[in-house]
Design a protein. Structure first.
Length: 326
């Protein structure tokens, strides 16, 4: 009897984790999508399925723009915008059109994602990211490393498709989980998560501004004396960058872990499929950071000393002073 009870508890725990899983992506009517009017699809579609179709549409557009222009930064240009689009589609647009109840938690999450989007969009804009003649510096490097056929596959499957589905996962899945439980009221844990998200957003804004100020001095937009030695060294190592080599990266992916945890108070399950997007985003940032640091270390000899003494991502105390090595 005890063994049977233990087995039953294990099965119930497994179902608790998997129950909110979007089986609708399999069960949803592909027939509804292809064999009905657009209006009928919008009014009948599950919000998660509809937002995924939107993500695949964006991926297709970005891919063909990269083919036509030879520029692979189209997903980059939409990175700050797409999450809020998915969030509001799930939390507000489709529930209103379908006459279903709104979730205060999902609306809070969409609002926080909008604040995140405003910060990143502005930062990307002031760095001329929306100038269609510019391209992320990593894409040309990878383009030159890969044979042409491999590059074309990489451009389709990773740059366009994988990145777009990843954005959809970390932005849409937690909001969908919250929207599925509109009757669960906001709780104190939601307030804590919201405050932590805003704190991380604030630190990321500060890190971005410190980086902007450094590059403004480095490239002569704002002339200033090089008292710290950073201009001679070639990289920023003061402010928040004294405690982490990439504090903005740390704050960035941490915000999406917080966003994923918002599903917990709604579903009663904190360890579930809603964490998948944040986890994969972490892997993407790790890979991207390794590539970035390899390039930077090749350009600036003192960067190796910086790497040896300052944490790559998670902030930690450091006594590193770049002028000690000049």
């Amino acid at each position: 009897a005890a063994e049977h009870s233990s087995q039953r508890m294990t099965e119930e725990a497994a179902w608790a984790v998997a129950s909110p899983l979007p089986w609708v992506l399999v069960q949803q009517g592909w027939d509804d999508l292809f064999n009905s009017s657009f209006e009928h699809f919008v009014r009948a579609a599950d919000p998660l399925f509809a937002s995924l179709m939107l993500a695949l549409l964006f991926a297709t557009v970005c891919y063909w723009l990269s083919v036509l222009t030879g520029n692979c930064s189209w997903v980059d240009r939409g990175w700050s915008i797409f999450p809020a689009v998915y969030a509001w589609t799930i939390a507000y647009a489709l529930p209103v059109l379908q006459g279903t109840e709104l979730s205060s938690r999902a609306l809070l999450m969409a609002t926080l994602q909008t604040l995140w989007a405003m910060r990143l969009t502005y930062n990307f804009y002031r760095k001329d990211g929306y100038d269609t003649s510019t391209e992320d510096y990593r894409w040309p490097i990878i383009r030159n490393l890969l044979p042409r056929p491999a590059w074309e596959v990489f451009k389709l499957l990773f740059i366009a498709l994988y990145q777009m589905v990843l954005i959809w996962m970390f932005a849409a899945l937690p909001v969908y989980a919250a929207q599925q439980h509109p009757h669960v009221p906001l709780r104190s844990v939601d307030a804590v998560l919201g405050v932590v998200f805003l704190i991380l957003l604030g630190f990321e804004t500060v890190a971005d501004q410190q980086q902007w100020n450094f590059y403004a001095r480095k490239y002569g937009v704002e002339k200033d004396a090089d008292e710290s030695g950073e201009l001679e060294a070639g990289f920023l190592s003061s402010g928040l960058f004294r405690y982490s080599r990439h504090p903005n990266f740390f704050c960035e992916f941490s915000q999406w872990w917080v966003m994923a945890l918002f599903a917990g108070p709604a579903t009663g399950v904190y360890l579930s499929w809603t964490l998948a997007g944040a986890f994969l985003l972490n892997l993407l940032f790790l890979g991207s950071t390794v590539v970035t640091e390899h390039i930077t270390a090749g350009k600036y000899p003192l960067y190796t000393q910086y790497q040896n003494q300052v944490s790559m991502l998670i902030p930690f105390f450091s006594s590193f002073q770049v002028h000690d090595y000049l």
